[in-house]
Ligand binder design. Structure first.
Ligand SMILES: [Fe+2]
Length: 357
C-alpha cells in the first residue's frame, strides 16, 4: 500500500532523531537522477524539521560497462564518487549522510566513515521502509546476537536439504545492521535487522545446498530446484544441479575473475517484520529486497568481495543468498538458529508481528 509524503517525512523524522540528528548537526542528502524523489524530499524535510543544517549532494550516475541489470548490489567497485574529491569532501563535512544513491562497497565510503561522518542508506520503496521502521528494540535484538558472534571462533551450518558448512571466525569483525546510524563513523541501512562476519581466509568448507524456495540476490528469484555448492578453502569449487545451477555458474563465469567464487559475509537474520514472501509481491526493479536479507532465522551467506572489512578480495560480483530451514551453531555448542528459527540468545528473538502493530 502506498505511503503518503507526510507519513514518509514523519518516518524519516523518527529515524533521523534515533540516529542522533538535532539542531547541532549537518545532514547531507546524497542523490542521483535515479534516486526516489519522495525519499529525497522526505529526508530533506525531516532534517529541516529537526533543526539540522541540510544540503544536497547530487552526482551523475556511474555505469560500469560489465554490470548487468539495475540492482544496485549486483556490481561492486567504482561508484559515482570515485575520483570526485570535491564531492567527497562535501560529504565528509556532514555529520550524517542520507544515501539515496548507494555508495555501498566503495573505498570512498570507507574514507568518509573514517572521518566520523555517519551514513544511513535508504533506497528501498517507502512501503518497505514503513513496514520495517528501525526501533531501539531492534538495536538491542541485533546487539545481543552480536555478542555471541563476536566471541565465536567457528560457525557450523546444516540443513535437511544437505547443507553441511563450516568456517573459522575471528579474523574479521562482526557487523550489525539495525537501521540506525547512531554512532560516529557508523554506516547502516534502513531497513535491516541482521548481522554477519566473514570466514577466516581459506577456512570456509563443506557443502551448501540452496533449496527450493531459497533466494538468489541480485537475481531476485525463488529457486524452483536445488543447487549444490562445493566449498574448499574459502572458495566455491563446484556448482551443480539443473538449469538454475547452470545459470548461477554461467553468471559467475562471466566476470572472468577467480575471486568471485570466494565466500563473503555470512550471518543470520533476526527481523521478524521482514518477510521471506515479500520479494514475490514486488517487481524486480522496486528495490534491492532487504526483506530477503533480514528475515528472522535465515542463514545469509554471500560470495565475492571482503574489502569492506580490510580483506584483499576486490571483485565486482556479489551474490547474497539467504537460505531457510538451516541450523546455525557457533563453536559447535551454541545453536542460534534451529531449522530456520532463531533460538538464542533469548534477547535476539524478535516479536511476532500482529495486525494493528
Ligand atoms: Fe551482501
Amino acid at each position: 500500500m502506498p505511503v503518503n509524503q507526510s507519513q514518509l517525512t514523519s518516518m524519516f523524522e523518527d529515524v533521523l532523531k534515533m540516529s542522533k540528528v538535532d539542531h547541532t548537526q549537518s545532514v547531507a542528502v546524497l542523490k542521483s537522477h535515479y534516486s526516489n524523489q519522495a525519499i529525497v524530499q522526505a529526508a530533506t524535510d525531516a532534517a529541516i524539521r529537526l533543526g539540522a543544517q541540510v544540503y544536497g549532494v547530487e552526482l551523475p550516475a556511474f555505469h560500469a560497462p560489465m554490470s548487468m541489470g539495475n540492482d544496485l548490489t549486483a556490481y561492486c567497485g567504482d561508484t559515482a564518487l570515485t575520483g570526485n574529491l570535491a564531492a567527497q569532501r562535501a560529504l565528509e563535512a556532514a555529520d550524517l549522510i542520507v544515501d539515496t544513491m548507494m555508495l555501498l562497497h566503495s573505498p570512498e565510503q570507507e574514507q568518509i566513515l573514517k572521518t566520523g561522518t555517519r551514513i544511513l542508506l535508504a533506497v528501498e520503496p517507502p512501503e518497505v521502509l514503513a513496514r520495517i521502521m528501525p526501533t531501539q528494540a531492534d538495536k538491542l535484538m541485533v546487539k545481543s546476537a552480536e555478542e555471541v558472534l563476536k566471541a565465536a571462533r567457528s560457525i557450523q551450518v546444516t540443513s535437511a536439504a544437505g547443507t553441511n558448512f563450516r568456517a573459522a571466525l575471528g579474523q574479521y569483525p562482526a557487523v550489525t545492521e539495525y537501521g540506525l546510524a547512531d554512532e560516529p563513523g557508523r554506516w547502516d541501512h534502513w531497513p535491516s535487522g541482521f548481522l554477519f562476519s566473514w570466514p577466516n581466509e581459506e577456512t570456509a568448507e563443506g557443502i551448501i545446498v540452496i533449496d527450493k524456495g531459497d533466494i538468489l540476490l541480485p537475481f531476485k528469484n525463488y529457486c524452483r530446484e536445488t543447487i549444490t555448492l562445493e566449498i574448499e578453502k574459502g572458495f566455491i569449487t563446484n556448482i551443480h544441479g539443473g538449469l538454475e545451477a547452470e545459470y548461477l555458474a554461467e553468471y559467475l563465469k562471466y566476470f572472468g575473475d577467480p575471486e568471485v567464487y570466494g565466500i563473503s559475509h555470512i550471518g543470520w537474520g533476526l527481523q521478524t517484520r521482514a518477510q521471506w514472501t515479500a520479494m514475490g509481491l514486488h517487481d524486480k526493479n522496486d528495490g534491492m529486497c532487504m526483506d530477503a536479507r533480514a528475515f528472522a532465522g535465515n542463514f545469509l551467506f554471500s560470495t565475492g568481495p571482503n574489502t569492506e572489512v580490510g580483506g584483499s578480495r576486490k571483485t565486482p560480483a556479489h551474490m547474497d543468498i539467504p537460505l531457510r530451514n538451516c541450523t546455525i551453531t557457533l563453536d559447535n555448542e551454541l545453536t542460534v538458529v534451529e531449522q530456520g528459527k532463531v533460538v538464542a540468545p533469548a534477547a535476539s528473538i524478535g516479536p511476532v508481528p500482529r495486525i494493528g502493530d
